[in-house]
Design a protein around this ligand. Sequence first.
Ligand code: IFM
Length: 428
Amino acid sequence: MRLFPFCDRPRLWGVAVSHYQVEGSDPCDWTDWEASGRTKGEPCGEAVESWARYEGDAALARQAGSNAFRFSVSWSRVEPRRGEFDLAALERYRRFVEELVRLGLEPAVTLFHYTHPRWFHAETPWTSPRSVDVFKRFASRVAEALAPHARLWTILNEPLVFILGGFLDGQIPPGISRGDEAGSALVNLLTAHREAAWAIRERQPSAAIGVAHNMMGFRPERAGWFLDRWISARARDLYNMGLIEAFTTGRWSFTLPPLTRFRGRVEGLENTLDVLGINYYSRLHLQCPGRERLLSDFRYRDVSGRGLTDNGWEIAPEELPSILSDAAQSGKPLVVTENGIADSQDKFRDAFLRDHFAAISSASIGRARVHGYFHWSLLDNYEWLDGFGPKFGLFSVDRKTMERHPRPSVETFRSLGEAFVSAEPAPA
Ligand code: IFM
């Protein structure tokens, strides 16, 4: 029987990391992307050496008051050549998961967090249905290795961000900008999710399966302008609600204005989710028609006077209750799978944590039941297109010595966690 929230741990409070962003020395498609000059800042290289230091990182998460730890498995490490699995890599992840359990941390395993083995795009790209089988095979091998101890699985991290960035904007691998390919890649990605969900459940019938869906606030740049209001509503429908529709009905149909139509169906997709994960960071202000882009410009603005984060994002906790209420339309238990701030001086993180915590608490009084929160991130990590510039960590990392140092806001994280975990469990 699938059971979420878990009755022995009804509320999860933890940190999130992803393999490529912390592990180091993991040659994959993103490494080639860096080498071709498509990213800013330095290459990922050793990242923050978590591959060698995972157990220490888990201990830090525990000291910071976590009872859960979200991480992802590197497909390129586990299957460096097509069909050849690296048993030592799987064993390394198994040992890590065992350590999490030993420390009292619920392992939350993510299977896809943006990167691919080098062989993937040439041989079995997402535009081909063959991608589904190879992903399923990878998921099955990981489930076999980790299932005894891991019961919370996020199969895909931010699938829409990946499709928009990888197949429409061409900003991330595979670097394509074609609406038709984006549509077929989305079908295969969601079919791969379904197949992986079935494969995990076969090996661990009590698994709780989720997706980490990036949701944003969208506001009209000029509240009095119809077109700005119209484009903001379309952005919400497409970006926030489109994927929820797909996972709740197995079908989706939305138009990326003016002409890109996404329409698809994956039989059985609607029965694959036990929990909906939400990655929430910020809000965008949209203007239509745009001056820089044909359809609309979007930008972050410091509306509340709180200040912008180091990477220029608006801090907008007031948006979170309505995001959670939109997410609650899925009818699934909710977990915030990512939320955090780039703030090297730790100027804003304390208030950021408190304000988002208050927003989650207020949303939980209504229809949205939030059963878990994962802070992005435990450590300063590699940030995809921006290298090591933005500092998201509760712990800073000295990349010369790789020493980890707590930022003062760790204490806020700990005390909010105590309150969250000891509160009455939200009804399922
Ligand atoms: O670092 C990323 C993560 O990989 C996906 N969600 C957003 C984070 C902050 O940019």
